[in-house]
Design a protein around this ligand. Structure first.
Ligand code: SAM
Ligand code: SF4
Length: 338
């Protein structure tokens, strides 16, 4: 009897092993953050989405090819209908040791009702995006979000035992003076925190990236007036560089796509809710896993993934400048997720 060939591990042309996928399970969201979307957004027709079963099939194929970590993102992943089905099935793989981790990036709006279920399904950590603790500014940044609801979600997640990392995007003249309070608050709550530079992705209507862009070198200098930031050896294959905040003992990460190139150690690729595989967050090249799966089945899917990883670029070309105010990458962040 012929033995089946073992699936191939995924190593890109620069020798980086790809063992981490981020899956954007929906492009829809219940917020309209000013740096992420225009207020009037046209979302993908539901008919174009991969079903939850197909998304799971794609995740399982990557797992068979060495993926050890999956992050679900979006849009807002927790607003996709029946998303717990996918979370439970992938969580079972964490419980049985086939995956190291299943994590979720969320705006926190659904956590007050979903936190316990997530823990039960096998999720241990969440990234929760929150850019300010000021209710009015929170509303103006997210346009549709309610800070009290998100704080209730954070509380529920903490109570359920989830490890929490806060993500805050630094916005010039908007939340820049809130970040120090957030660092103190996160420390008091026992949450790690990452501050992110705004990335030039997608048209954001009347908002202007150049006006939003705040270099994190400046944020760090401002935080240093209030906190002692100690450079940390802590490293993940991800883009953040970490310090320890001496006063709280918590970790603080800085993601600086524009001022610091983080690509050398990139171990991840991204799958959208329509099955496009993006090999780099900051490039448009992609592969259509949806057609590969629907026309070629498991073998077609594997072939398409291997071929795409062979095209993973060395890095991104993000730039924000007055001379080039348009987005470097035309798709919005909610398509590929953060
Ligand atoms: N809706 C979820 C959330 O907000 O956490 C998950 C998807 S969201 C696209 C993922 C992360 O990307 C969030 O932390 C968000 O703040 C960040 N983000 C969105 N657009 C961005 C941009 N243009 N530049 C930098 N970060 C961005
Ligand atoms: Fe929605 Fe997250 Fe984008 Fe905000 S950042 S609009 S919460 S997808």
């Amino acid at each position: 009897m012929a033995t089946q060939a073992a699936p191939r591990a995924l190593i890109d042309p620069f020798g980086r092993t790809v063992d981490y996928i981020r899956v954007s399970v929906t492009d829809r969201c219940d917020f309209r953050c000013v740096y992420c979307m225009a207020e009037e957004m046209t979302f993908l027709p539901k008919s174009e989405l991969l079903s939850l079963e197909e998304l799971e099939q794609v995740c399982r194929k990557f797992m068979a090819m060495g993926t050890r970590k999956i992050r679900l993102t979006g849009g807002e992943p927790l607003v996709r209908r029946n998303i717990m089905q996918l979370i439970r099935n992938l969580g079972a793989e964490v419980k049985s040791g086939n995956l190291d981790e299943l994590t979720i990036t969320t705006n926190g709006s659904q956590l007050h009702k979903m936190a316990d279920e997530l823990v039960d399904a096998g999720v241990k950590r969440l990234n929760i995006s929150i850019d300010t603790l000021d209710p009015d500014r929170f509303r103006s940044i997210t346009r549709w979000g309610d800070l009290d609801n998100v704080l209730a979600g954070l509380e529920a997640a903490k109570k359920a035992g989830l490890a929490i990392k806060l993500n805050a995007v630094a916005l010039k003249g908007v939340n820049e003076h809130d970040l120090a309070d957030m660092v103190g608050w996160a420390g008091a709550q026992g949450f790690d925190m990452t501050i992110i530079e705004v990335m030039p992705m997608g048209d954001i209507g009347n908002e202007n990236r150049v006006d939003q862009y705040l270099p994190l070198s400046q944020v760090r200098a401002d935080l240093s007036k209030r906190f002692t930031l100690i450079d940390s050896d802590y490293q993940t294959p991800g883009p953040a560089r970490y310090v320890t905040v001496a006063e709280t003992g918590n970790r603080l990460g800085f993601i600086t796509p524009l001022t610091h190139n983080f690509c050398e150690s990139c171990n991840r690729v991204r799958v959208t809710c329509t099955g496009q595989l993006y090999m780099c967050l900051g490039q448009d090249d992609n592969a259509d896993l949806s057609s590969a799966l629907r026309n070629g089945g498991e073998a077609g899917l594997e072939e398409a993934i291997v071929e795409a990883i062979g095209r993973k670029p060395k890095g991104h070309d993000f730039v924000i400048s007055r001379r080039a105010p348009a987005a470097s990458v035309s798709r919005h962040m909610n398509v590929t997720g953060g």
